[in-house]
Write a protein that binds this ligand. Structure first.
Ligand code: FES
Length: 242
């Protein structure tokens, strides 16, 4: 039976691991079957990148990747030439050695403040250092909330577009479980737990350009933005500093 050797990963297998794998199953399934709890947010359907692994041995023996996998891989954290999505990579009859990158796009679970034994639940409060609104953004959003009879906005960052990520802002009456939250001039702000790290230090502005006006995220964590302004990529140092 072919073997899979997994190099040490701080959280998933601190000592590393080695196990006999099942040919014909994906690397991701083999990892999960052997209690290595790699993220697989899209349930192995090639839609999320969280199952990204780097092959240190055996890369050349793997099945080829599809265009969908290649497109997604571009968005993975810590991409290397021998990177693959483990849910799309089938075990053959050869031994493999893999490294699981430290972070995924859902890396916030590692970066957020940990639960403190003495203070109880995790602190999910958004401070002025985490996020701020310009005066014009406050005025604009306040009008939107009045019109909608709502009290808050919820912001998420999603994988999207040609540069990797995109913002999604919606008017809400309340946030979701695990959201970060804060109150800014009577606007209740909710940021999804997964998106918080991407937005840290951002100012939301509302700008008027001639006849057009729009909400603009002045986000210090962005490394590039696509020409159409719809999507952006994130400076990976953000995660390394965390
Ligand atoms: S689990 Fe989502 S791409 Fe593999």
């Amino acid at each position: 039976m072919p073997k899979i050797k997994v190099l040490p990963h701080e959280e998933l297998c601190p000592e590393g691991a080695e196990f006999e794998s099942v040919a014909g199953k994906s690397v991701c399934e083999n990892l999960l079957d052997n209690s290595i709890d790699i993220e697989h947010a899209c349930e192995l359907s090639c839609a999320c990148t969280t199952c990204h692994v780097i092959f240190r041995e055996g890369f050349e023996t793997l099945n080829g990747s599809t265009d969908d996998e290649e497109d997604l891989l571009d968005k993975a954290w810590g991409l290397e030439p021998n990177s693959r999505l483990s849910c799309q990579t089938l075990v053959d009859d050869k031994d493999l050695t893999i490294e699981i990158p430290k972070y995924t796009i859902n890396m916030v679970s590692e970066i957020h403040p940990k639960k403190d034994k003495d203070t109880g639940p995790m602190q999910n409060t958004i401070s002025n250092n985490d996020f701020s609104f310009s005066k014009s953004a406050i005025n604009h959003i306040t009008k939107l909330l009045e019109k909608d009879k709502s009290t808050g906005v919820r912001i998420t960052v999603k994988t999207s577009g040609c540069s990797g990520y995109a913002y999604d802002l919606s008017i809400v009456k309340e946030g979701k479980k695990d959201d970060y939250s804060g109150n800014f001039s009577d606007i209740n702000l909710f940021i999804s737990k997964e998106s918080f790290i991407f937005l840290k230090g951002t100012e939301l502005d509302y700008v008027q350009n001639g006849l057009n006006s729009e909400l603009i995220f002045n986000n210090p964590n962005i490394s590039a933005q696509c020409g159409c302004g719809e999507s952006f990529s994130i400076d990976q140092e953000l995660f390394q500093k965390a």
